[in-house]
Design a protein around this ligand. Sequence first.
Ligand code: UN1
Length: 498
Amino acid sequence: MDTPLTCRNYIDGKWLTAVAGATLESRNPANKREVIATFPRSAATDVDAAVVAARQAYQSWRLVPAPARAEYIFKVGELLSKYKEELAQLICREMGKPLAEARGDVQEGIDCAFYSAAEGRRLFGQTTPSEMPNKFAMTVRMPIGVCALITPWNFPVAIPCWKAMPALVCGNTVILKPAEDTPACATKLVEIFAEAGLPPGVINLVHGVGEEVGKALVAHPDVDLVSFTGSSETGAEVGSICGRTHKRVCLEMGGKNAQIVMEDADLELALDGALWGAFGTAGQRCTATSRLILHRDIKEKFTTMLKERTSKLRLGTGSDPNTEVGPIINERQLQRVSQYLDIARAEGAKVLIGGEIATEGELKNGYFFQPTILDEVTPQMRVAQEEIFGPVVALIEVNSFEEAISILNNTKYGLSSSIYTRDINRAFTAMRDIEAGITYINGPTIGAEVHLPFGGVKQTGNGHREAGTTALDIFTEWKTVYVDFSGSLQRAQIDNRE
Ligand code: UN1
């Protein structure tokens, strides 16, 4: 075991302990005896200092030309590439996902860096004719100010990058509040931003507990925008505080994503998709497949295939190249997944495979849950409605395409979705009728790319889309500019009418 890392806050270009001096620790979820890092348990005073620094830095950062701001992010992308392996190893130890997936997490950050940096030379507005003579009209994107970024542990590099990179290119300054489970990943990431030479105060990092640091940031009168990814319960709280304090707020919350498999699907392909979508990252993605909606004609055959392959999935530590399914992030989440199994049994679902905390051999040292298939699930059961965030997939049988779409839509969430079919008419009907922010045709529910909008409808989000050019709509406000070069007062709607 390596010596634990000592993480600090990063405020105004300085690495600091919390004013009150308290610390917490993060552990390896595959081996709970291994402490990965200690980190500050910050309080409102630390948040205040970060907000002052970010506000101060904003005054000059907003005036740095966007292409020059973007060059820092380009540099961050290069450094992320340089440290990719080191960072991936750290993600693997602190968050638990298998190494190949951890590399993907960093790669998503790299992709985001180069994509966001390129935006520095675009940030396009519009010009349009004025209705008056000798008058020019245009729109320009303006930064918003100080942005609080509250990020989860499941993508400890990719998600902070999705938020911080476009925010900075747009001219905002940021305060990152990473999840308590992955402070070392966040620290290494911010070290990279610092190494790229960003001026002091442009990016700040405040570690700590959501109830303390997150809450103080969200309520702070001098924070202009909050971007939050996490649970729907916390998101509702964040949204209501931002509503009362008139902040811009972008929420990315839960999902209950489904994959439909029609009777005409390529079953082997649908099987690969289902296994990756349901059990990749041990089901701990907002986009994870947690329902499989199966046409009755293929249900039995597909279920047999799925059970067979699921039984062969190898659980283990993320650093073992043979591992396919890593641990659950912590004891609380493990218990939560386990409780959903109790709920499933009480509701009458049948546990086809898995269903228990895994304790064989080395697994007992960590938080492992067996990949689990629940059969005979009906659409109203809690396990068909609520986000579980673990390696658990519910099978729901349907009689028709229409029924499949209607059941897919029958939850309060709407993040990702998928349908496997060879019928082009069904594919296009699904693209139109599925209520979700993301729909995959013949691909699993996970695997979003950074240059396309990411987010969900209904209670998954609040109308924003991260990534893609849509991220710019979160981190800028439009200014409409009229330039009257007629030299006289021109009254719109009046002087140009009889
Ligand atoms: C998340 O689950 O919070 O599409 C993000 C995917 C990843 C991002 C997931 N690229 O599954």
